[in-house]
Design a protein around this ligand. Structure first.
Ligand SMILES: Cc1ncc(COP(=O)(O)O)c(C=O)c1O
Ligand SMILES: [Zn+2]
Length: 388
């Protein structure tokens, strides 16, 4: 017996996995990374007409309180291969300021990265993969380590030396092999590619299923706001799966008849030390500078100078009528303290959304009376060195 609602039964309605650039479709029964034809991002496509027969506002009410409640629009995975720790349906709380905050600090491994890895590790298991590797600023690595442990798979994680020791130890405790690399996440990825020996590459958007797990953030926000999406969502952006995932969710929910055509303005928050998306938007470019130079920041998850999906992120931010804003570390640490003083111990990346919100208000990019949601992507408990 599940203690938190009915176990969701039914079936995935996945049709194929399709390239977002060249449009070629591939069977979801085979192992897929990037598009075999052109190297771009692959994205899952479902039979929304079929899915809408069972995935309704009414049926959702009785389902289990995990991200697996959206089974029809998740990859096809046999029940024995679903690797889960009950992730999803994290709370949305209202702050004293009136802002909504969705708190993924309260999920296995303490960050939203659990969503992507729960689904991607499950699908990897379904496809018979046994060894998974990822370059990570930290939290994707610990989420992979966690779900690999849960599913009985091997994990190898490549992390910059600046990754907080708490996260390195977390990975080791889950039994993962950890390789620490001088430099940023790009350098960690380069090292990984020289040490693949039979491991499968789980890098951000270089396999299609982490995005499917991440999109559940958008489904949950819709459900938790009674299908009245906020006017704006402020989200901390590194590699961009969260942003692209939520946007995909809103599009799918419109296809499913669960939402109308209105979308929130999406705002990305980055660190001043590494803000390639802000730079691209400000300078009117379609994609971030491929040679973008970065510096270090307390928000280690936001140090992604050359995101693989940069072009797609810039397009979503523009289309939504939102934008991007960079914040300095001192304001991030201040925002961590403000949130903690009302009970939310946020990670620097998550707290950056409050710092970003303050800047957007000041700049007049948003108004005080707009219904806004800040997305706290992780717990501050992994970053105790930032507490003075
Ligand atoms: C806590 C936290 N928030 C946000 C991000 C950035 O997420 P994304 O890569 O989806 O843009 C990361 C990435 O490492 C993270 O660890
Ligand atoms: Zn392609």
């Amino acid at each position: 017996m599940m203690s938190n609602g009915e176990r969701t039964t039914g079936a995935s309605t996945i049709l194929e996995v399709r390239c977002v650039s060249c449009g070629k479709g591939f069977s979801q029964g085979r192992t897929l990374g990037t598009c075999p034809a052109c190297g771009s991002i692959l994205s899952c496509l479902y039979d929304y007409e079929k899915a809408k027969e069972t995935l309704t506002r009414h049926s959702l009410r009785g389902r289990e309180k995990t991200l697996w409640r959206y089974l029809e629009v998740l990859p096809d995975i046999a029940p024995q291969n679903v690797v889960t720790l009950g992730e999803g349906m994290t709370p949305v709380v209202r702050l004293k300021s009136g802002l909504l905050l969705k708190d993924d600090g309260l999920i296995p491994t303490g960050t939203f990265k659990a969503r992507g890895m729960a689904v991607a590790v499950s699908k990897a298991k379904e496809l018979g993969l046994t060894r998974l590797a990822v370059p990570s600023a930290g939290n994707a690595g610990s989420a992979l380590a966690c779900y690999a442990a849960r599913g009985g798979l091997a994990a190898r994680v490549f992390m910059p030396t600046e990754t907080p020791q708490s996260i390195v130890k977390e990975c080791i405790q889950y039994g993962a092999e950890v390789v620490q690399v001088e430099g940023n996440i790009g350098d960690a990825g380069a090292r990984m590619r020289t040490q693949m020996d039979g491991y499968f590459d789980m890098s951000t958007l270089k396999e299609p299923y982490r995005l499917e797990g991440k999109k559940t953030m958008g489904y949950e926000i819709a459900e938790q706001t009674d299908y009245e999406l906020p006017e704006a969502i402020v989200y901390p952006t590194g590699g961009g799966t969260g942003l692209l995932g939520m946007w995909k969710a809103f599009d799918e929910m419109e296809e499913l008849g669960l939402l109308g055509s209105r979308r929130p303005k999406m705002f990305s928050v980055q660190s001043e030390a590494c803000a390639p998306i802000v730079d691209a938007l400000v300078s009117g470019k379609e994609a971030p500078d491929p040679d973008f130079h970065d510096g270090t920041t307390v928000a280690v998850g936001l140090r992604v100078p050359r995101p693989f999906a940069g072009r797609q992120m810039v397009a979503v931010l523009r289309k939504s009528g939102g934008g991007a804003v960079a914040v300095p570390d001192i304001e991030i640490v201040g925002a961590m303290k403000s949130l903690a003083r009302e009970g939310v111990f946020a990670s620097p990346e998550g707290a950056a959304t409050l710092a970003g919100y303050r800047r957007l208000l000041e700049a007049g990019a948003i108004a005080r009376d707009e219904e806004m949601l800040l997305y706290n992507t992780g717990t501050g408990l992994k970053y105790l060195d930032l507490v003075r």
